[in-house]
Design a protein around this ligand. Sequence first.
Ligand SMILES: [Zn+2]
Length: 179
Amino acid sequence: MVEVGLGRVGLERHGEPVERIPTPQRLVDWLEVYGLAVDSCTTDQLQLARELRESIHAAATAAALGEALPAPAVQVINDRSVRGRAAAVLTPEGERRWRLGPDSRVEDALGVIAADAVSIIAGERDGRLALCASPSCGAAFFDASQSRTRRWCDMNICGNRQKKARLQARRRGNSDSAG
Ligand SMILES: [Zn+2]
């Protein structure tokens, strides 16, 4: 499951924008982690990935807020989903794996991510769409935890950052009252 696709390689949302997929190679590496290994990636294909990421972000954010889905974002997600040629296959261990087209194109991998986003935004998965509580992030994420109380898109990144900020604020507060 690719969660709300490409979310974690997204831009910092409300803070300084940081492009986390600056090069085609970074996209190749990221896709491989999610079991979507591609042979190569051009800058044009990287552009497609970024466009899809922004569209999923826009649509998932609207869905999380209960707002109407932005039509251009829906269009991009649908286009990518239609153009992918990946197929779900079963491993001998009974797990689902994606097999991309014969030449393992980036478009096939993006098709999987787009289809994944469709099923999540359409509410077909067991979970809840939510927005990251970190003020510098705000990324849409998919909460599949049992309690449905996850607050951050990534505990290790946004969750820790928040904890550190709170700790620092408390320390500042203490030294103020002491001094
Ligand atoms: Zn976050």
